[in-house]
Design a protein around this ligand. Structure first.
Ligand code: GLU
Length: 288
Protein backbone atom coordinates (compact mmCIF):
# COMPACT_ATOMS: atom_id res chain seq x y z
CA UNK A 1 0.00 0.00 0.00
CA UNK A 2 1.46 3.43 -0.80
CA UNK A 3 2.05 5.40 2.35
CA UNK A 4 1.18 9.05 2.09
CA UNK A 5 3.80 11.66 2.74
CA UNK A 6 3.91 12.82 6.34
CA UNK A 7 2.30 16.24 6.33
CA UNK A 8 2.24 18.33 9.47
CA UNK A 9 1.36 21.90 10.22
CA UNK A 10 1.56 24.81 12.59
CA UNK A 11 -1.66 26.80 12.80
CA UNK A 12 -1.23 29.95 14.87
CA UNK A 13 -4.02 32.43 15.42
CA UNK A 14 -2.76 35.89 14.44
CA UNK A 15 -3.64 37.43 17.79
CA UNK A 16 -0.19 38.89 18.49
CA UNK A 17 3.52 38.15 18.34
CA UNK A 18 4.66 34.58 18.88
CA UNK A 19 5.73 33.93 22.43
CA UNK A 20 7.99 31.14 23.64
CA UNK A 21 5.07 28.85 24.49
CA UNK A 22 3.84 28.89 20.91
CA UNK A 23 7.28 28.66 19.31
CA UNK A 24 7.85 25.59 21.47
CA UNK A 25 4.83 23.92 19.82
CA UNK A 26 5.95 25.11 16.40
CA UNK A 27 9.40 23.62 16.93
CA UNK A 28 7.98 20.27 18.08
CA UNK A 29 5.75 19.98 15.02
CA UNK A 30 8.57 21.16 12.72
CA UNK A 31 11.00 18.56 14.09
CA UNK A 32 8.44 15.76 13.90
CA UNK A 33 7.81 16.63 10.24
CA UNK A 34 11.51 16.89 9.40
CA UNK A 35 12.47 13.62 11.10
CA UNK A 36 9.79 11.90 9.02
CA UNK A 37 11.07 13.58 5.83
CA UNK A 38 7.66 15.17 5.65
CA UNK A 39 6.12 18.50 4.82
CA UNK A 40 5.51 21.23 7.36
CA UNK A 41 2.82 23.71 6.46
CA UNK A 42 1.67 26.98 7.95
CA UNK A 43 -1.93 28.05 8.28
CA UNK A 44 -3.25 31.16 9.92
CA UNK A 45 -6.34 30.47 11.99
CA UNK A 46 -7.70 33.93 11.37
CA UNK A 47 -11.48 33.44 11.46
CA UNK A 48 -12.04 34.95 14.89
CA UNK A 49 -11.68 38.41 13.43
CA UNK A 50 -12.28 40.44 16.64
CA UNK A 51 -9.18 38.76 18.10
CA UNK A 52 -6.94 39.28 15.08
CA UNK A 53 -4.16 41.81 15.50
CA UNK A 54 -2.92 43.82 12.56
CA UNK A 55 0.43 42.67 11.20
CA UNK A 56 0.57 39.68 13.55
CA UNK A 57 0.87 37.38 10.52
CA UNK A 58 3.95 39.26 9.31
CA UNK A 59 5.53 39.17 12.74
CA UNK A 60 4.80 35.44 13.21
CA UNK A 61 6.30 34.52 9.84
CA UNK A 62 9.36 36.65 10.52
CA UNK A 63 9.86 34.92 13.87
CA UNK A 64 9.65 31.46 12.28
CA UNK A 65 12.07 32.45 9.53
CA UNK A 66 14.56 33.99 11.91
CA UNK A 67 14.60 30.75 13.88
CA UNK A 68 15.13 28.76 10.69
CA UNK A 69 11.71 27.10 10.85
CA UNK A 70 11.09 27.22 7.10
CA UNK A 71 7.74 25.93 5.94
CA UNK A 72 6.71 24.10 2.79
CA UNK A 73 4.39 25.53 0.17
CA UNK A 74 2.41 28.71 0.44
CA UNK A 75 0.94 30.05 3.65
CA UNK A 76 -2.75 29.24 4.03
CA UNK A 77 -5.30 31.63 5.55
CA UNK A 78 -8.65 30.33 6.79
CA UNK A 79 -10.25 33.65 5.86
CA UNK A 80 -9.69 32.83 2.19
CA UNK A 81 -11.93 29.78 2.43
CA UNK A 82 -15.11 31.23 3.93
CA UNK A 83 -17.23 30.10 0.99
CA UNK A 84 -16.13 26.50 1.55
CA UNK A 85 -17.12 26.47 5.22
CA UNK A 86 -20.51 27.98 4.37
CA UNK A 87 -21.09 25.47 1.57
CA UNK A 88 -20.49 22.56 3.95
CA UNK A 89 -22.81 24.14 6.52
CA UNK A 90 -25.52 24.39 3.86
CA UNK A 91 -25.08 20.68 3.08
CA UNK A 92 -25.23 19.74 6.74
CA UNK A 93 -28.38 21.84 7.13
CA UNK A 94 -29.99 20.13 4.12
CA UNK A 95 -29.17 16.76 5.74
CA UNK A 96 -30.61 17.99 9.06
CA UNK A 97 -27.32 17.29 10.80
CA UNK A 98 -27.17 20.82 12.18
CA UNK A 99 -29.82 23.18 13.54
CA UNK A 100 -30.31 26.78 14.56
CA UNK A 101 -30.00 27.62 18.25
CA UNK A 102 -30.99 30.90 19.83
CA UNK A 103 -29.74 30.23 23.35
CA UNK A 104 -27.61 32.94 24.80
CA UNK A 105 -24.56 32.18 26.84
CA UNK A 106 -26.40 32.93 30.06
CA UNK A 107 -29.07 30.31 29.23
CA UNK A 108 -26.44 27.65 29.09
CA UNK A 109 -25.22 25.40 31.83
CA UNK A 110 -22.05 23.39 31.49
CA UNK A 111 -23.47 20.80 29.10
CA UNK A 112 -25.86 22.11 26.48
CA UNK A 113 -29.33 20.55 26.99
CA UNK A 114 -30.10 20.43 23.24
CA UNK A 115 -32.84 22.96 23.96
CA UNK A 116 -33.29 24.19 20.39
CA UNK A 117 -32.82 20.87 18.60
CA UNK A 118 -36.48 20.44 17.67
CA UNK A 119 -37.67 24.03 17.82
CA UNK A 120 -37.15 24.97 14.18
CA UNK A 121 -35.79 28.38 15.07
CA UNK A 122 -36.52 30.68 12.09
CA UNK A 123 -33.54 31.76 10.02
CA UNK A 124 -34.34 35.45 10.74
CA UNK A 125 -33.73 34.98 14.47
CA UNK A 126 -30.20 35.63 15.62
CA UNK A 127 -28.82 32.11 15.95
CA UNK A 128 -25.83 29.86 16.15
CA UNK A 129 -25.60 26.55 14.30
CA UNK A 130 -25.15 23.38 16.31
CA UNK A 131 -24.19 19.90 15.22
CA UNK A 132 -26.37 17.03 16.40
CA UNK A 133 -24.35 14.58 18.46
CA UNK A 134 -25.23 11.22 19.91
CA UNK A 135 -23.94 9.13 22.77
CA UNK A 136 -21.16 7.39 20.97
CA UNK A 137 -17.74 6.88 22.42
CA UNK A 138 -14.91 8.54 20.51
CA UNK A 139 -11.52 6.99 21.08
CA UNK A 140 -8.11 7.64 19.62
CA UNK A 141 -4.49 6.88 20.41
CA UNK A 142 -2.44 9.97 20.96
CA UNK A 143 1.22 9.37 20.23
CA UNK A 144 2.29 10.88 23.53
CA UNK A 145 -0.78 10.86 25.75
CA UNK A 146 -1.88 7.30 24.98
CA UNK A 147 -5.43 6.04 24.63
CA UNK A 148 -8.05 8.77 24.97
CA UNK A 149 -11.74 7.95 25.06
CA UNK A 150 -14.62 10.39 25.49
CA UNK A 151 -18.33 9.90 25.44
CA UNK A 152 -19.76 12.55 23.15
CA UNK A 153 -22.52 13.34 25.65
CA UNK A 154 -19.99 15.40 27.59
CA UNK A 155 -19.60 17.68 24.57
CA UNK A 156 -23.30 17.71 23.62
CA UNK A 157 -24.43 19.42 20.39
CA UNK A 158 -21.52 21.76 19.82
CA UNK A 159 -21.43 24.97 17.81
CA UNK A 160 -20.16 25.07 14.22
CA UNK A 161 -21.08 28.68 13.53
CA UNK A 162 -21.36 31.28 16.25
CA UNK A 163 -24.17 33.78 16.66
CA UNK A 164 -21.87 36.55 15.45
CA UNK A 165 -21.56 34.57 12.20
CA UNK A 166 -18.01 33.44 12.91
CA UNK A 167 -17.17 29.88 11.88
CA UNK A 168 -16.22 27.94 15.00
CA UNK A 169 -12.68 26.66 15.43
CA UNK A 170 -13.81 23.01 15.76
CA UNK A 171 -15.44 23.03 12.40
CA UNK A 172 -12.91 25.07 10.47
CA UNK A 173 -9.93 23.06 11.68
CA UNK A 174 -11.38 19.80 10.38
CA UNK A 175 -11.95 21.20 6.91
CA UNK A 176 -8.61 23.01 6.95
CA UNK A 177 -6.60 19.92 7.82
CA UNK A 178 -8.35 18.04 5.04
CA UNK A 179 -7.77 20.86 2.52
CA UNK A 180 -4.07 20.94 3.34
CA UNK A 181 -3.77 17.12 3.37
CA UNK A 182 -2.55 17.20 6.96
CA UNK A 183 -2.14 13.68 8.30
CA UNK A 184 -0.13 14.42 11.48
CA UNK A 185 -1.21 17.00 14.00
CA UNK A 186 1.24 18.08 16.67
CA UNK A 187 -0.14 20.66 19.05
CA UNK A 188 -0.44 21.57 22.73
CA UNK A 189 -2.19 19.53 25.41
CA UNK A 190 -4.65 22.38 25.89
CA UNK A 191 -6.41 21.15 22.73
CA UNK A 192 -6.57 17.48 23.74
CA UNK A 193 -10.18 17.73 24.95
CA UNK A 194 -11.24 19.31 21.67
CA UNK A 195 -9.96 16.38 19.65
CA UNK A 196 -12.93 13.99 20.15
CA UNK A 197 -15.26 16.67 18.74
CA UNK A 198 -13.02 17.05 15.71
CA UNK A 199 -12.89 13.29 15.18
CA UNK A 200 -16.68 13.11 15.40
CA UNK A 201 -16.90 15.85 12.76
CA UNK A 202 -14.52 13.88 10.56
CA UNK A 203 -16.91 10.91 10.87
CA UNK A 204 -19.93 13.05 9.98
CA UNK A 205 -18.14 14.56 6.98
CA UNK A 206 -16.58 11.30 5.90
CA UNK A 207 -13.04 12.62 6.23
CA UNK A 208 -9.93 10.73 7.32
CA UNK A 209 -8.71 11.14 10.89
CA UNK A 210 -5.12 12.33 11.14
CA UNK A 211 -2.63 11.10 13.77
CA UNK A 212 -2.56 13.20 16.89
CA UNK A 213 0.32 14.08 19.17
CA UNK A 214 -0.34 16.54 21.98
CA UNK A 215 2.79 17.97 23.59
CA UNK A 216 2.82 19.08 27.24
CA UNK A 217 2.04 22.72 27.75
CA UNK A 218 4.57 25.13 29.17
CA UNK A 219 3.50 26.75 32.40
CA UNK A 220 5.06 29.27 34.70
CA UNK A 221 5.74 28.31 38.32
CA UNK A 222 2.19 29.31 39.32
CA UNK A 223 0.85 26.66 36.93
CA UNK A 224 -0.44 29.13 34.33
CA UNK A 225 0.07 28.35 30.67
CA UNK A 226 2.48 30.68 28.92
CA UNK A 227 0.17 32.45 26.55
CA UNK A 228 -0.73 35.90 25.37
CA UNK A 229 -3.32 35.98 28.16
CA UNK A 230 -0.66 35.58 30.82
CA UNK A 231 1.34 38.23 28.99
CA UNK A 232 4.16 35.96 27.93
CA UNK A 233 6.47 38.26 26.05
CA UNK A 234 7.31 38.09 22.36
CA UNK A 235 10.29 35.94 21.44
CA UNK A 236 13.54 37.89 21.59
CA UNK A 237 15.04 37.44 18.15
CA UNK A 238 18.40 39.04 18.81
CA UNK A 239 19.91 35.62 19.61
CA UNK A 240 17.89 32.95 17.77
CA UNK A 241 20.40 30.26 18.80
CA UNK A 242 19.67 30.90 22.50
CA UNK A 243 15.94 30.64 21.85
CA UNK A 244 16.32 27.32 20.05
CA UNK A 245 18.62 25.96 22.72
CA UNK A 246 16.17 26.87 25.46
CA UNK A 247 13.24 25.35 23.57
CA UNK A 248 15.15 22.11 23.04
CA UNK A 249 15.78 21.91 26.77
CA UNK A 250 12.08 22.44 27.42
CA UNK A 251 11.38 19.70 24.90
CA UNK A 252 13.65 17.39 26.98
CA UNK A 253 16.08 16.86 24.12
CA UNK A 254 19.12 17.39 26.38
CA UNK A 255 21.33 19.39 24.00
CA UNK A 256 24.96 19.45 25.22
CA UNK A 257 25.91 22.79 26.84
CA UNK A 258 28.56 23.52 24.17
CA UNK A 259 25.79 23.70 21.56
CA UNK A 260 24.55 26.84 23.26
CA UNK A 261 27.00 29.02 21.35
CA UNK A 262 26.52 27.35 17.97
CA UNK A 263 24.68 29.11 15.18
CA UNK A 264 20.91 28.69 14.92
CA UNK A 265 21.14 26.50 11.80
CA UNK A 266 23.70 24.22 13.48
CA UNK A 267 21.42 23.82 16.47
CA UNK A 268 18.50 22.95 14.20
CA UNK A 269 20.58 20.41 12.32
CA UNK A 270 21.56 18.83 15.63
CA UNK A 271 17.90 18.90 16.73
CA UNK A 272 16.70 17.15 13.58
CA UNK A 273 19.27 14.37 13.92
CA UNK A 274 18.66 13.87 17.63
CA UNK A 275 14.93 14.51 17.90
CA UNK A 276 13.10 11.97 20.03
CA UNK A 277 9.57 12.99 20.90
CA UNK A 278 9.21 10.02 23.26
CA UNK A 279 11.26 11.99 25.80
CA UNK A 280 8.05 13.94 26.45
CA UNK A 281 6.01 10.82 27.19
CA UNK A 282 3.92 10.93 30.32
CA UNK A 283 4.35 14.69 30.77
CA UNK A 284 1.24 16.88 30.89
CA UNK A 285 3.04 20.12 31.53
CA UNK A 286 6.51 21.54 31.74
CA UNK A 287 7.11 24.14 34.40
CA UNK A 288 9.70 26.74 33.46
N1 GLU B 1 -5.09 28.07 16.12
C1 GLU B 1 -5.08 27.23 17.27
C2 GLU B 1 -4.35 27.93 18.40
O1 GLU B 1 -3.59 28.84 18.13
C3 GLU B 1 -4.40 25.92 17.03
C4 GLU B 1 -5.25 25.03 16.25
C5 GLU B 1 -4.78 23.60 16.19
O2 GLU B 1 -3.59 23.34 16.34
O3 GLU B 1 -5.61 22.76 15.95
O4 GLU B 1 -4.53 27.57 19.54
Amino acid sequence: MPTSLYTGRFAPSPTGHLHLGSVYTALASFLEARIHNGLWKIRFDDLDTPRNVENATVSILRTLETLGLHWDGTVDYQSQHLDDYHAVLADLMAQKQIYRCQCSRKDLTNIYAKTCRNLNIPAETLHSLRLKTDERQIAFDDELQGHISHNLTQHSDFILKRKDNIIAYQFAVVLDDERQSINHIVRGMDLLNETPKQIYLQHVLNLPTPNYLHVPIITDFTGHKLSKQTLATAVDLTEPNRVLFQLLEWLKQTPQPELQNAKADEILTWAISNWNVARLKGLKKIVV
